[in-house]
Design a binder for this molecule. Structure first.
Ligand SMILES: Cc1cc2nc3c(=O)[nH]c(=O)nc-3n(C[C@H](O)[C@H](O)[C@H](O)COP(=O)(O)OP(=O)(O)OC[C@H]3O[C@@H](n4cnc5c(N)ncnc54)[C@H](O)[C@@H]3O)c2cc1C
Length: 490
């Protein structure tokens, strides 16, 4: 038995003595059920799975990991698309999905306090009777958890107007990697001191485990209007998007799908989008009725001026749901037209949309793969789906190559390697394209302040899996932190 195996054996024994029967899983067949998140191409069987039901159990688990220097990875619903919840082979996967109570919905101060395993949509369902909702709405909102949203700083269709998860989280109870519990942020806004909650949101499980989250609720809008606009090309749809924003209108959402994404959605859910469209936009406006009606009419006119050949305004909630059905099912729908695909996530300035889409098309053609586009056009957040057939030798590698080259395109145009899906395991290798070594070292110093032993979701975000606890090797660059051993060397 090597050192890590004996540490795991001792840890398992300790946890089994503390936890109810069945909460600590070591049976390999059952462990395999947790070997990946939504990024199916990477799989690692965890050494142990703990099904946590409350904050105390999370704390017991993390404390045991800290004592034995065993890595741990938090997992919400496992829908992440960047391998953030990919387990560690010699570590514990702390599964939060059974830890899901909505503790408070408070209309007077527009707050909800929830367990980390609570499903995103449940927060809106619980608050809507009081006239409120939770704004960040990933397309996975029916299944993803608030803990996962916080860790990924998740976005969604309505983040154009309302901002990402970080704009809606006020406080989090967190179990730090040494097993201690702290509160970051507070119910009232803008406390003095460093914004440690800001550092935690989007840290992808590398700074500790959230065990309770206080979120901001928004008033349910008086009116919502949704229309679908069909265009001949993504250029025309992109021009309409820019025109709407340039007119000073901020729709709740502007989503674009190209011809291939429409084909996939039609095959899967028969969404009946305009025939022959090279691109569609789903535009949604919400707010006071008078404002929505005026701005919706203006946005429809701008779409027509940009070349929309068909516009359908939803007359009621049923028609609105029908318009959204194609968009919401698009990722999964791509399975209808391709055996395999990679969901990429990069962001670019909105004004570069048409240029980047063209270059992406040329790139895909050169490499002999197809790319379907379905994305948040309003904020330039792209989700190219790179299609391939894993059974055809070489296709997966070419798709990976195209997928990486798309990120290069995003960077060339002043964008970023991830818009909302996080870096996780998948994109760690791309981080040096965007950040200098000093940038990365500086980020690591923050991480090391929370997790000096490097046991909280190691191997994610940063290009190599070196632990904070390792003694840094000498580095050629003249960078004092590295020489002093205060920062990690890549
Ligand atoms: C069909 C589909 C559509 C999607 N659409 C969107 C979209 O529109 N916008 C978007 O942003 N994302 C989208 N996603 C990605 C994914 O749903 C989000 O990233 C989501 O926030 C992940 O939540 P989860 O509960 O599944 O987290 P997991 O996948 O389980 O984990 C994600 C990360 O969070 C960490 N984590 C989980 N719980 C905790 C906790 N309590 N404390 C600390 N760290 C924790 C994990 O370690 C991991 O790093 C989509 C995914 C799918 C499959």
């Amino acid at each position: 038995m090597n050192a890590s195996q004996s540490a795991i054996a001792a840890l398992t024994q300790r946890l089994k003595s503390q936890f109810p029967e069945g909460a600590v899983i070591t049976d390999p067949a059952r462990l395999d059920a947790y070997d990946c998140d939504g990024l199916l191409v990477h799989r690692v069987r965890p050494a142990v799975v703990v099904l946590a039901q409350d904050a105390e159990q999370v704390q017991q688990t993390v404390a045991a990991c800290a004592d034995m220097r065993v890595p741990f990875v938090a997992r919400g619903s496992g829908t992440g698309l960047s391998g953030g919840a990919l387990p560690h082979a010699d570590g514990v996967l702390v599964v939060m999905s059974g830890f899901r109570e909505i503790r408070e919905v408070s209309a007077p101060d527009q707050r909800a306090v929830v367990d980390p395993g609570v499903i995103n949509l449940s927060v809106t369902q619980a608050s809507s009777p009081q006239g409120y909702y939770f704004a960040p709405d990933p397309s996975s909102q029916q299944i993803c958890s608030i803990g996962g949203n916080v860790a990924e700083n998740s976005g969604g269709a309505h983040c154009l107007k309302y901002g990402f998860t970080s704009n809606h989280v006020l406080a989090a109870e967190v179990v730090l990697p040494d097993g201690s519990a702290v509160t970051l942020g507070q119910r009232a806004p803008d406390a003095p001191g460093y914004d440690l909650l800001g550092a935690f949101v989007g840290s992808e499980g590398t700074l500790g485990v959230a065990t309770e989250v206080t979120v901001r609720l928004l008033r349910t809008p008086e009116t919502v209007q949704t229309f679908l606009a069909g265009f001949e090309s993504t250029d025309a749809a992109g021009a309409a998007t820019s025109a709407i924003i340039a007119a000073g209108i901020v729709p709740a959402a502007i989503e674009m799908m190209d011809a291939l994404a429409i084909e996939a959605a039609e095959a899967a859910v028969a969404c009946n989008y305009p025939r022959g469209a090279g691109a569609v936009l789903v535009v949604e406006l919400d707010g006071p009725t008078a404002e929505v009606e005026t701005e919706s009419a203006q946005a429809q006119r701008l779409c027509r001026e940009a070349g929309a050949f068909e516009i359908r305004l939803a007359a009621d909630a049923e028609e609105r749901a029908a318009i959204w059905r194609g968009r919401k099912s698009a990722f999964a729908a791509v399975g209808r037209i391709s055996p395999d695909y990679i969901v990429q996530d990069g962001v670019i300035p909105r004004t570069k949309l048409s240029q980047v889409l063209h270059q992406m098309g040329e790139l895909a053609e050169t490499k002999g793969v197809r790319v379907a586009n379905v994305f948040h056009a309003g904020d330039g957040n792209l989700h190219p789906l790179v299609l391939f057939d894993g059974a055809v030798p070489g296709q997966e590698a070419r798709a990976e190559e195209v997928s990486g080259a798309i990120l290069d395109l995003c960077l060339e145009h002043g964008g970023s390697i991830t818009g909302e899906h996080g870096v996780g395991f998948d994109k760690a290798k791309h981080m040096p394209k965007m950040f200098t070594e000093i940038d990365l070292d500086t980020m690591q110093r923050v991480r090391c302040a929370f997790d000096p032993a490097g046991i909280s979701n190691p191997g994610k975000i940063y290009p190599t899996p070196r632990l904070c606890g390792e003694v840094p090797r000498k580095h050629t660059a003249d960078e004092p932190d590295r020489f002093a051993g205060r920062a990690e060397v890549f």
